[in-house]
Design a protein around this ligand. Structure first.
Ligand SMILES: [Zn+2]
Length: 155
């Protein structure tokens, strides 16, 4: 039974939405792509930044390139308060529910972007109460809050 559907999203053009209640821990959708060697992805200018959204590291030698139309899971948007997470299992990558998800909720996960000088190029529109305004991995979001506090005190 299908757990999700494609719909217009407030976060980005399109997103995936739960079309039924989904229990925490459920494997929702495979993140499909082509396996490429890490050597190749390192040499390919297409992946020449640390924000290759569609590239997943499988192990030391292999990456998964998910930048293909057949990879429906690439439509899942980033959120600062996500309800899904991504796990590799063997040579496959799956999206799991990290909490109970209600029918009609948009699926989201943390894109895991690192915090660097480019972060302003990736604004976040997830709309969650915890949103820091930019797509940055959870562990680095405090840096943005710190910066905005510094800017306020300068004024
Ligand atoms: Zn956000």
């Amino acid at each position: 039974m299908k757990l999700y559907k494609i719909k217009k999203s407030k976060i980005d053009k399109r997103g995936l939405y739960a079309c039924r209640d989904i229990k925490k821990g459920t494997r929702i959708i495979e993140y499909k792509g082509r396996i490429i060697s890490a050597k190749k992805s390192e040499a390919d200018p297409k992946f020449d930044n640390n924000k290759a959204i569609y590239l997943f590291n499988i192990n030391k030698k292999l990456d998964l390139d998910g930048d293909f139309k057949f990879n429906i899971a690439r439509l899942i948007n980033h959120s600062c308060e996500p309800n899904c997470e991504v796990f590799g299992s063997g040579n496959k990558v799956w999206i799991y529910a990290m909490r109970n998800i209600k029918k009609g909720d948009e699926l989201s996960y943390d894109y895991g972007f690192s915090f660097d000088e480019d972060y302003k190029q990736y604004p976040c529109k997830c709309g969650s109460a915890k949103c820091v305004g930019y797509i940055v991995r959870e562990g680095s979001r405090w840096r943005i809050s710190k910066l905005s506090k510094q800017n306020k005190s300068k004024r």
